[in-house]
Design a binder for this molecule. Structure first.
Ligand code: NAP
Length: 263
């Protein structure tokens, strides 16, 4: 089923598309289908080619390199947003990273450097992006990021990334309060497990994915397209009145303990 949403004349910045499997791309795809103008940021030149392929032939798109840990990159990125769009309606943050050792080892062994890297890239960057975006945000603007249920319960090997997601969810509430007087909305989507590059770097992700499909209420995992549809709802006016929330799209995985037929 498709819902006709017209976002022509609206502008979005999508941060964190590595390839066609990225959740950022599933969201961008919905925005582009709705006629939105979309700018993309990518971390390094390595990913530019992939994004160029994805956006080839799509009107009203542009690309700009930006590592979210660099204030200079963020300043240049939002200067480009101003130059291309004049202002911004939608901001999509689909970025996370933790060093491999922090996920291979026991959580207790997390080093200060690995802690700071994971928290900086995966949580603080949302705050930094919002600060850079704020002067450009138009009336009715909406911001989303992506989180995961390991913020609430222990998921083996997710380790410091679970802590970073908890920080991201809390930051979403504080940012919502900061933006509240202008009725600018910010929410985070808690997605079930999906096969992406970032997910593949989590030790044992394959088993987690298969178990998720068996345990979820639907007996399957949610899809990137379902993330894209929820994102569209939260970004556009259909989501008015919703801010500061963590909203799940996981085919009913997080509500289950053990299924009846497995008890
Ligand atoms: P993905 O396709 O690998 O996207 C992650 C993106 O983050 C990549 O484009 C990556 O760029 C970018 N990134 C990492 N460090 C960066 C930095 N310093 N500056 C700028 N960009 C940086 O994986 P994904 O699963 O779609 O991840 C998107 C979001 O969804 C993340 O927040 C993730 O935690 C969340 N999420 C994913 C799942 C899942 O199961 N896949 C579930 C729930 C939530 P590089 O490739 O250059 O590093």
């Amino acid at each position: 089923m498709s819902v006709a949403i017209d976002l022509s004349g609206k502008t979005a910045l999508v941060m964190g598309v590595a390839n066609a499997r990225s959740l950022g791309w599933a969201i961008a795809d919905q925005l582009l289908q709705a006629g939105c103008h979309v700018g993309f940021s990518y971390q390094g030149e390595r990913l530019k080619g992939e994004l160029e392929k994805l956006t080839q032939g799509k009107e009203n798109t542009w690309l700009q390199q930006a590592d979210v840990t660099s204030e200079d990159d963020l300043s240049a990125l939002f200067a480009r947003v101003k130059e291309e769009f004049g202002g911004l309606d939608y901001l999509v943050h689909a970025i996370a990273y933790a060093p491999k050792a922090a996920m291979d080892n026991r959580f207790i062994e997390t080093t200060p450097d690995d802690w700071n890297t994971a928290m900086g890239v995966s949580a603080y960057s949302l705050v930094a992006c919002c600060r850079h975006a704020e002067p450009l945000l138009r009336e009715g603007s909406s911001i989303i990021s992506l989180t995961y249920h390991a913020s609430q319960q222990v998921v083996p090997k997710y380790n410091v990334m679970g802590v970073a997601k908890a920080a991201l969810e809390a930051a979403t509430r504080y940012l919502a309060a900061d933006f509240g007087s202008r009725e600018i909305r910010i929410n985070t989507i808690s997605a079930g497990p999906m096969r992406t590059i970032a997910a593949r770097s989590i030790p044992g992700f394959g088993g987690l994915y298969d178990k998720g499909a068996r345990n979820a209420a639907f007996g399957r995992n949610a899809t990137p397209q379902e993330v894209g549809k929820l994102a569209l709802f939260l970004l556009c006016d259909l989501g008015s009145g919703i801010t500061g929330q963590t909203i799940y799209v996981d085919a009913g995985l997080s509500i289950m303990t053990v299924k009846e037929d497995q008890a």
